[in-house]
Design a protein around this ligand. Structure first.
Ligand code: IVH
Length: 672
């Protein structure tokens, strides 16, 4: 049997050669002589000859004269890449600090040491070094799975291909943020504008777009840089005691660390550092959207643990929303999945809160009227972090010539009549799914994570598929072939294969997800779950009369009508039949089998707060498979309330009604 030592040497040699190939072919900066390169190459070739079971088509011995390109393979992060909880003011930070003290059982007058860092506004990456050699880099993706971008990350000059020193761990996975410098971003846009080429929207988009290039020669010419701020996984030969020392070590191994760091004793010192950075912000050549405070002691971090998708030991202190003036140059109308026509203001581009804002949704005509927004008006625009930008108000003193906005009579996309629904503030396009916009939004909803969860089917792909007449209804997704996908723009055979696999994997779903994916008006996740629970089968829901639907406490006349209308429509029937014939299935075995063992049989449960052990969807599944039912509001009919972190008004209401309240941990241990 092949020894681990030999295996490791083979993997190492492949890495080393890949790195040298990259330096030679892409960067034009070879670091070893041809002779040294040949020696490494020959050593690998002879090992692969001797151990043919180790042969691999992606080995540099099989790809002579090129760089190994594993572009955009999906990689699973061994440790999920989490996000951070946000705080916008002193009070929120003090609450965070208090929670830290409580959880650590520390008296509040004993300050916690925090490691303060900048919060870089770029693209999060994970980079793995094995025996000091850069092995793999991946994007954050959805936190669990990202894309392999090794070929592109290697073009960032400040990123070492090999670590320096001799005390680095055997295995090191580091987390950081790739960003485009502001000066590089402006320079690039100036040239692009002159050459009539596409300009970048903001440095963050520019960074993530640059990382997702197929050709590393393009990435090489982008002004990218990287700062690292943490560790994902590390071999046991390095045991970090606190965060700041870990970062110091990374620095000693040649890894790029931002010089603006601070060890704060207590939250007051964090705030002082914040003030200092807030003033400096404009002079930095990279975008930051706040600061991050991390409990410094690794032991304390371990004790604090995680809440759903964020650590309890860290918090992002975000910069406040920024407001800037701009001018409304026009208003266009967008058509959503249900045909709702939404006015969107096109404003003179403003760089605000780390992004160039050009389009601002006005939500509906009532809002537009309430704020009295007209074309030509000077308006104040606000944006905070990732929050959707909004027009705060019109500066009426600056109003000169302005034009009122009117809802068009026909759909700007398909030309069908637009109707106002009397009882709602909404105007709708009557084109249904013959309207391109409605069709695309419907399909996007169908494939979304909480619906059929077809991984890799993004908006751009759906638009192409619709425009090439390959799909117009969801069932047609399941008929797509590999060769059809391969013919699309920017679609390599491997990616096409991944999408076909995702489509096939998505066929196993749950009845509630299936119902939700149908996009029935007013049938959200909770309602879909209620329907599954009450009727237990698709047939049951399909056959239910309006009266039977109204027997379900959560269903009112509007929803009942929507459901009935949906299932009596012939084209919907056909889509459903086709989906089922394509193999879309779900199981509700625990609802039928072992009925007496269902611990939550007949119980109505409300969830509130941030759950730590499972996502909302998982919690709903947990309850459902034990025969219980999830309701979205607390009432006398509620059997008990399950609370996560930061429960809100539902807790208060449940207390008032004298309901049983149980925390997540006890809930799981009692009913698992
Ligand atoms: S720590 C478990 N530190 O912010 C700890 N994140 O909103 C998670 N980010 O996805 C991250 N600067 O990409 C951390 N100094 C910093 C950061 C930082 C930027 C990004 C990171 C993360 C996102 C979370």
């Amino acid at each position: 049997m092949i020894e681990d030592k030999v295996k490791n040497r083979i993997f190492n040699l492949r890495n080393i050669l890949n790195n040298h190939n990259h330096l030679y072919y892409v960067m034009d900066t070879p670091e070893v002589s041809d002779h040294e390169y040949d020696q490494l190459f020959n050593e690998l070739s002879s090992l692969e000859e001797k151990f043919p079971e180790m042969k691999d088509a992606s080995s540099p011995t099989q790809n002579v004269g090129s760089i190994a390109g594993s572009a955009f393979n999906t990689v699973t992060h061994d440790v999920p890449m989490l996000s951070l909880e946000n705080a916008f003011d002193k009070e929120e930070l003090e609450r965070f600090d208090k929670r830290v003290h409580e959880k650590l059982k520390l008296p509040i007058n004993e300050p916690v040491t925090y490691s303060c860092e900048l919060k870089f506004d770029g693209a999060a990456v994970s980079v793995i070094y094995k025996n000091g050699n850069l092995m793999r880099a991946a994007t954050r993706g959805d936190g669990k799975k990202g894309e392999d971008i090794t070929h592109n990350i290697r073009t960032i000059e400040s990123l070492p291909m090999t670590l320096t020193g001799d005390d680095f761990p055997e295995y090191l996975e580091i987390r950081g943020e790739v960003f485009m410098t502001i000066s590089g971003f402006s320079e690039h846009n100036k040239i692009a504008e002159k050459n009539d080429e596409k300009v970048f929207i903001n440095p963050r988009n520019a960074a993530s777009g640059s990382l997702r290039q197929l050709d590393p020669n393009i990435t090489k010419n982008r002004p990218l840089d990287i700062f690292f701020f943490g560790i994902g996984q590390i071999s046991k030969d390095f045991i970090p005691k606190n965060h700041h020392e870990t970062i110091d070590n990374l620095k000693n191994w040649g890894i790029n660390i931002c010089p603006h760091r601070y060890i704060a004793v207590g939250i007051e010192e964090c705030l002082a550092f914040y003030e200092e950075i807030y003033k400096k912000r404009g002079s930095l050549d990279y975008d930051i959207d706040g600061l991050v405070y991390k409990v410094d002691s690794i032991d304390q971090q371990r004790n604090l643990g995680f809440v759903s998708r964020a650590p309890r030991w860290a918090i992002a202190h975000k910069f406040p929303a920024q407001e800037k003036y701009s001018i409304v140059e026009g208003v266009h109308f967008q058509v959503g999945r249900t045909g709702a026509v939404t006015p969107v203001a096109k404003i003179k581009p403003v760089f605000i809160g780390g992004a160039t804002i050009q389009n601002v949704t006005l939500h509906n005509m009532d809002e537009l009227k309430r704020k009295d927004i007209r074309i030509g008006d000077t308006v104040s625009v606000r944006r905070a972090g990732d929050v959707i930008p909004e027009i705060v108000s019109v500066i009426t003193s600056k109003r000169k010539k302005s034009e009122m906005v009117r809802m068009p009579q026909s759909c700007p996309i398909c030309g069908s009549t637009i109707q106002k629904v009397e009882s709602e503030a909404i105007y709708r396009c009557t084109g249904g799914y013959s309207c391109r916009s409605q069709k695309i939004e419907y399909l996007k909803h169908f494939v979304s994570r909480q619906a059929m969860d077809i991984d890799g089917m993004g908006s751009k792909l759906i638009e192409q598929l619709v425009d090439k007449n390959l799909i117009s209804t969801p069932d047609q997704i399941f008929k797509l072939s590999h060769s059809q996908l391969c013919k699309l723009d920017r679609m390599a055979s491997k990616s096409a294969k991944n999408i076909i696999t995702s489509i096939s994997t998505s066929k196993k779903t749950s009845l509630s997800k299936f119902l939700y994916s149908m996009g029935i008006r007013e049938v959200g996740l909770t309602m879909a779950d209620t329907l599954e629970h009450h009727f237990k089968s698709l047939e049951g829901i399909k056959k239910a009369s309006i009266d039977q639907l109204l027997e379900v406490p959560e269903i009112g006349p509007i929803v009942a009508n929507n459901i009935k209308n949906f299932f009596t429509d012939d084209s919907n029937q056909e889509i459903i039949n086709n989906l089922i014939n394509s193999g879309v299935t779900w199981h509700i075995e625990s609802l039928n089998k072992n009925d007496e063992k269902l611990l939550l049989k007949g119980k109505v449960i409300v969830l509130t707060g941030t759950l730590e052990k499972m996502s909302r969807l998982e919690a709903m599944d947990f309850i459902k498979y034990r025969g219980g039912k999830v309701s979205s509001s607390v009432s006398k009919k509620t059997d008990f309330l399950v609370i996560g972190d930061n429960p809100g008004s539902k807790l208060k209401k449940a207390e008032e009604l004298g309901l049983d309240i149980i925390d997540e941990e006890n809930f799981i241990s009692q009913y698992e």
